[in-house]
Design a protein around this ligand. Sequence first.
Ligand SMILES: NC(=O)c1ccc[n+]([C@@H]2O[C@H](COP(=O)([O-])OP(=O)(O)OC[C@H]3O[C@@H](n4cnc5c(N)ncnc54)[C@H](O)[C@@H]3O)[C@@H](O)[C@H]2O)c1
Ligand SMILES: CC(C)[C@H](C(=O)O)[C@@H](O)C(=O)O
Ligand SMILES: [Mg+2]
Length: 370
Amino acid sequence: MKLKIAVLAGDGIGPEITQQSIKILKAIGDRFDHEFEFEDAIVGAAAIDLLDNPLPEATLDLCKKSDAVLFGAIGHPKYDNNPDAKVRPEQGLLKLRKELGLYANIRPVTTYPKLIDQSPLRPERIQGADLTIFRELTGGIYFGEKSQSEDGQSATDVCTYSVVEIERMAHLAFKAAQQRRKKLTLVDKANVLETSRLWRKTVKKIAEEYQDVELDFLFVDNAAMQMILNPKQFDVILTENMFGDIISDEASVIGGSIGLLASASVGGNNAMFEPIHGSYPQATGKGIANPVASILSAAMLLDHFGLIEEGDVIRKAVATSIKLNVCTEDINKDNPYSTEKVGDFLEGLISESENNINDENLNFGQMTII
Ligand SMILES: NC(=O)c1ccc[n+]([C@@H]2O[C@H](COP(=O)([O-])OP(=O)(O)OC[C@H]3O[C@@H](n4cnc5c(N)ncnc54)[C@H](O)[C@@H]3O)[C@@H](O)[C@H]2O)c1
Ligand SMILES: CC(C)[C@H](C(=O)O)[C@@H](O)C(=O)O
Ligand SMILES: [Mg+2]
């Protein structure tokens, strides 16, 4: 297969982790005889520095004419620490998602046997946890009207959802649940928010088309607690933009590190693949960032184009590297490997014959079905 991939490495650790994913995709291309063409473009703080625009036209154009976007991370402390900054790196990412029509963000969470015992959570609670968060990505409070009063004494963020926005997300999440353990949990705040009541009403109606899927509801505050107390109760979680952002960072504790959590953003004519974590500025250039979230996002990219076996090869290699402790310091404190060394190890496994990849502890297969 021939694929044109736009690479938006971004800020902080973005470039160093994305470099590892490209290495892995090249190894997959060589092994399975695919032609992956990569083209770089700037985004985020790096783009503001150069052009005073977090999403330059040329970057957006490249993304639109590519088959997929591999996104690193954006964000810089000089904006995080300056609430008055008018142009911000995050605006680039939000605009990109909106312009590409990527309304669904899929964030799978799984556990690895080796990491269970070192988790701050009780092993018996997380062993075997396997859930996927379907986060709405182009609506809600993120995209509503924003304002500050002239005297600076008040500010507003409007949260709006339409039935159409909810329906299209719900269909994707129900379809995913049908292919998994047939359970869907809608996470909302319907006891307080009008938008959440619309979500509940709309999702209940859509559920009639998916009688084989068990539907339940949780308020987001309770869901945040349940995520830690009993994550095994979840199969597919469907939720709006901001709740999905928050509970997915929380869910990363189950897997062992946010440096392991990948995502696919889909719904438009093309698709984007991005780790759920940010630019981790403290780690920039130190070679300590975990590249696996980015590498597993690359695996989701392959799934997206039907290259399931190729995606599985990456996932198996990752499972093997974790089993053998070839990991960065977030999950291997005693004898950490660098970002690059982890990438090299995975590249080596992928380039070797299939038989050499040990998958005995692998507890998941294809991560996305879109
Ligand atoms: N998609 C994105 O580009 C994205 C996502 C989240 C945050 N951000 C931006 O990133 C900047 C920093 O935000 P933050 O500190 O809240 O979140 P962050 O995700 O960058 O880092 C939070 C913590 O998670 C851990 N971590 C993150 N990535 C890791 C990795 N690959 N390997 C190991 N550990 C990792 C580190 O302990 C870090 O201190 C901000 O500017 C924020 O806006 C961007
Ligand atoms: C950087 C920020 C805009 C982004 C979000 O909130 O969507 C990030 O936290 C994420 O999870 O991808
Ligand atoms: Mg986030």
